[in-house]
Design a binder for this molecule. Structure first.
Ligand code: FAD
Length: 412
């Protein structure tokens, strides 16, 4: 094993994803070690690459000095160095974990540690390029999971001409972000794109071909029904990548536990992004990863900064290119934005405006004198004002009729 120790870098970052790249852009001279072979890219835009709308270079993030294709396999806290799978060791004065998250592999019959041919996670650019290479018009694809990832994947596959079935275990799509009405509209939009949506649909297993290199041929539902599948996408959520931290003895609950200065239980090690757990929350959202990286950049520069949590907005655009097979009659594009908690508690005020002919729907939940959350669908004219009010946690003006929250742009 090579034990070359490089010049001790003041700051070493593990992970060249969205948080790691942001930190590198803010802190001069950091060493970033990333296991992916590609230059850092905007993961949020992967569905656009899958749909063929963007080439990978379009989603590249500003270049940062990165050691690519190198995985950190161990943190040696006593020696303050990280050990990599290429045999190298790199010393640090401050270490930052920005290792992101891993896709959850659901406990399905027929799914072991090695994925059968045709079964794809949807996390990295390589996952996305492999999926893109496998998709051709008419191919039968089943997407397991109807959250943000599953919906994005299903839409992109349909745009490529695949025959897509989306299997969602929950009652409606994107349960974390949407209320039932917005989810119904989203479902209608996906169906207009040719996606067959099944909710309250539990997948039990995969049926694969026999032989040394099994390939998926069907997805088996809990009621025994089989959906024919040449491609299966696993979009069943993500789990923070905290294995390195755990092995190094850092405090890990769901993610690597950090304080308001994004510091772990070791004062020389920080964590940001999907792998970090702050105040009991693992965000799993790009907005939080970038905000945490910005705060940490200040902390590392010795300036006072504290992270107080992120009020992140989720946005999704569903386009329907007329060139894609099976999308005749689908609306041209549909925008969706969700923030906070759109499921009301007893005592909350709920304000709703729906316009079925224009496919527009807006709802906000008001708790006391604050916005608790909301969903805008199809028409995002009011999203800027609403999102700002929510992000700043400003009290709502006492004399303003609540309906104005939704109609300050002139209404429908
Ligand atoms: C398809 C898709 C769509 C998404 N859409 C949205 C969206 O619309 N809105 C939103 O807010 N969020 C979205 N997200 C989530 C968002 O991408 C993440 O929250 C964000 O990327 C988190 O940034 P991160 O830097 O913490 O992790 P990542 O971007 O995942 O980066 C972590 C990096 O660390 C590397 N790494 C891990 N371990 C090691 C190691 N031991 N050695 C070296 N390198 C290592 C990984 O390979 C990876 O490159 C989406 C995610 C996906 C996959």
């Amino acid at each position: 094993m090579r034990t070359e120790t490089e010049n001790a870098a003041r700051v070493v970052v593990i992970g060249a994803g969205m948080a790691g790249a942001r930190l590198a852009a803010r802190v001069p001279g950091v060493t970033v070690i990333g296991e992916e072979a590609h230059a850092p890219y905007n993961r949020v835009l992967l569905a656009e690459v899958l749909a063929g709308r963007y080439e990978p270079d379009v989603i590249a993030l500003p270049p940062a000095e990165t050691r690519r294709g190198v995985r950190v396999v161990r943190i040696d806290r006593a020696e303050r160095q990280v050990l990599c799978d290429d045999g190298s060791a790199t010393g640090y004065e401050r270490l930052v974990l920005a290792t992101g998250s891993n896709p959850v592999l659901p406990p399905l019959r027929g799914l072991g540690h090695t994925l059968p041919d045709g079964v794809h996670p949807f996390r990295t650019l390589d996952d996305c390029l492999a999926l893109r290479a496998a998709v051709r018009p008419g191919v039968r694809a089943v997407v397991i999971g109807g959250g943000l990832l599953g919906v994005s994947a299903a839409r992109a596959l349909a745009e490529c001409g695949a025959q897509v079935v989306l299997a969602q275990q929950g009652e409606h799509l994107m349960e974390r972000q949407l209320d039932a009405e917005a989810a119904r509209m989203l479902r209608g939009h996906l169906e207009a794109l040719g996606v067959e949506v099944h909710t309250e649909c539990r997948v039990r297993g995969l049926r694969c071909t026999d032989g040394a290199a099994p390939a998926v041929r069907a997805v088996e539902l809990a009621d025994g029904y089989e959906l024919e599948a040449e491609i299966t996408v696993l979009a069943c959520g993500v789990r923070p990548r905290a294995g390195l931290a755990q092995a190094a003895g850092l405090e890990v609950r769901r993610g690597v536990v950090v304080d308001d200065e994004l510091r772990t239980s070791d004062p020389y090690i920080h964590a940001v992004g999907d792998c970090a757990e702050h105040d009991g929350t693992v965000y799993g959202l790009a907005g939080a990863a970038l905000e945490q990286a910005d705060v940490l950049a200040e902390v590392l520069a010795g300036r006072p900064a504290r992270y107080g949590g992120t009020r992140a907005l989720t946005r999704l655009t569903l386009r329907s290119p007329s060139s894609a097979p099976g999308v005749a009659g689908a609306p041209a594009a549909l925008d969706l934005a969700a923030f906070g908690d759109s499921r009301p508690l007893p005592g909350d005020d709920v304000i709703r405006l729906a316009d079925a002919t224009r496919g527009a729907y807006r709802t906000v939940v008001v708790r006391g004198d604050r916005l608790a959350g909301g969903v805008l669908f199809g028409d995002l004219a009011a999203v800027g004002t609403l999102a700002r009010t929510w992000q700043d946690d400003d009290p709502l003006p006492a004399d303003m009729p609540l309906l104005h929250l939704l109609t300050n742009d002139g209404g429908f």
